[in-house]
Design a protein around this ligand. Structure first.
Ligand code: 6PG
Length: 466
């Protein structure tokens, strides 16, 4: 029997799709799943007639692979990854490669990389984005870990990735958890944009009174311009889909409690730890959490849309709010990438490059940001902000209208509002942090810097003369 090119461990939705993708690129694939039943189902179903071999014995699965072995894990993040890595390591030889393609925390990937390096196994933590369709047809792949393993993996596995203008959406983001760090930032941005889209829907449907399908059509229309994106297209399709059983838009029948698996929260935690302000990402995570805090929800009547107002104007207000909130979410994400780049040593523009196709946040805005960042020297977040300011200023009246109209109608817009205060803070000559510093010094002697002299100072704030 000829040795197989690559092993896929874990036949969940993503693992199956990725195994099929690898095979379609000319690779002979070995597959293994913890429960053998699933492997059998896969082999008799979607994998039938393809160069995919299933194994129920893990040792045989490992033995079937050509050396150095390359095993791709699609296992639930956290302990399951550690358990699988531990078991596999005992069966592998020096130089073999383990690629964790789940949504692992970058710190876990740092740790696994270091541990496995000590044992001669080459570890790669890989952020894979694009959902099931991406995994099947071409995801965006953010690698971190052992560089020599990356070079080999890029050559083999990289063939399965999405391609944008002849370049594969695959890159290396440094040792350890660099790839998973970039994926977490991707997901933070994903959360923020989804929240901003949801706010536009809420405002237009519940506030302005458009039907669900009409909002879907508005989104389709926006998607023909600068707002073209996978997420907006997905939103339009979800809004327009009619449930065959009830004849109603299915989205109207979905319970309004948003779930999350933790990657958005990790982005916020990383931002906090690394000293980066990312309020819109945080607002999106908070709002998902709030939707599930049923016990605190006290529904009241909304205030209707002022019918004297023009619906077209309202649509433009919502579009502007979505556009500026999206831009400011990217600026926050790019700032966070910069903090990660200082740890892992990658180029921020590389993240934007691999996000142009295959991933969930692929969009025209990402394409434009990459174009800008790929040649502009200087601080990437500043470059993006400077580029965005004229557009944001132009849209400001509509954005403010969206926020004030929505608030008047008692419709929450946390993403838009947080983006607005972020922007206003960035554009303020002077912020009231001077008073915060003064109060800190007053009660705790924490000292402050002055605008007119160098160094740190303390005042007794008049106490000595009392
Ligand atoms: C991707 C997505 C994906 C993520 C889902 C669900 O890039 O393909 O980010 O990895 O798992 O979006 O995330 P939540 O369950 O946290 O919404």
């Amino acid at each position: 029997m000829n040795a197989l090119d690559v092993g896929v461990y874990g036949l969940g939705v993503m693992g199956e799709a990725f195994a099929l993708n690898l095979e379609s690129r000319g690779l002979a694939v070995a597959v293994y799943n913890r429960t053998a039943e699933r492997t059998t189902q896969f082999l008799q179903g979607r994998a039938k007639g393809r160069r995919i071999q299933g194994f129920t014995d893990l040792k045989e699965f490992v033995r079937s692979l050509s050396k150095p072995r390359m095993i791709v894990l699609f296992v639930k993040a956290g302990r399951p990854v550690d358990e699988v890595v531990e078991t596999l390591t005992g069966m592998l030889e020096k130089g073999d490669i383990i690629m964790d393609c789940g949504n692992s925390h970058y710190r876990d990937s740092d740790r696994r990389f270091a541990e496995l390096r000590g044992r001669g196994i080459r570890f790669l933590g890989v952020g894979v984005s694009g959902g099931e369709e991406g995994a099947l047809k071409g995801p965006s792949m953010m690698f971190g870990g052992d560089f020599s393993a990356y070079v080999e993996a890029e050559n083999k596995i990289g063939r399965a990735a999405a391609v944008f203008e002849n370049s594969r959406c695959v890159s290396y983001f440094g040792e350890g958890g660099g790839g998973h760090f970039v994926k977490i930032v991707h997901n933070g941005i994903e959360y923020a944009i989804m929240q901003a889209i949801a706010e536009a829907y809420d405002y237009l449907a519940r506030g302005v009174g458009l039907s669900t399908g009409e909002v879907g059509s508005v989104f389709e229309d926006w998607g023909r311009g600068i707002l073209r994106s996978f997420l907006l297209e997905a939103a339009a399709r979800v809004l327009k889909y009619i449930d065959t059983e009830t004849g109603k838009p299915l989205v109207e029948l979905i319970l309004d409690e948003a779930e999350q698996k933790g990657t958005g929260r990790w982005a916020v935690e990383a931002a906090m730890e690394l000293g980066v302000s990312a309020p819109t990402i945080a607002a999106a995570v908070n709002e998902r959490t709030l939707t599930t805090q049923r016990i605190l929800r006290r529904p009241r009547e909304g205030v209707g849309f002022n019918r004297d107002k023009n619906v077209e104007e309202a649509v433009e207000a919502a579009r502007s709010a979505l556009l500026v909130t999206t831009l400011l979410s990217y600026i926050q994400g790019i700032s966070l990438l910069q903090a990660g780049a200082r740890i892992y040593g990658f180029r921020v523009s590389e993240a934007l490059r691999v996000w142009r196709a295959g991933c969930i946040i692929r969009s025209r805005i990402v394409e434009e940001l990459y174009r800008e960042l790929s040649w502009s020297p200087g601080d990437p977040a500043s470059v993006t902000l400077d580029k965005s300011i004229p557009q944001i200023e132009e849209l400001m009246p509509h954005w403010l209208q969206f926020i004030t109209d929505a608030s008047r109608m008692r419709i929450p817009t946390p993403a838009s509002m947080s983006a607005l205060s972020y922007y206003l803070s960035l554009r303020s000559e002077r912020l009231p942090a001077n008073l915060i510093q003064g109060i800190r010094d007053y009660f705790g002697g924490h000292m402050f810097k002055r605008v007119d002299r160098e160094g740190y100072f303390h005042s007794d704030w008049g106490r000595s003369s009392e």
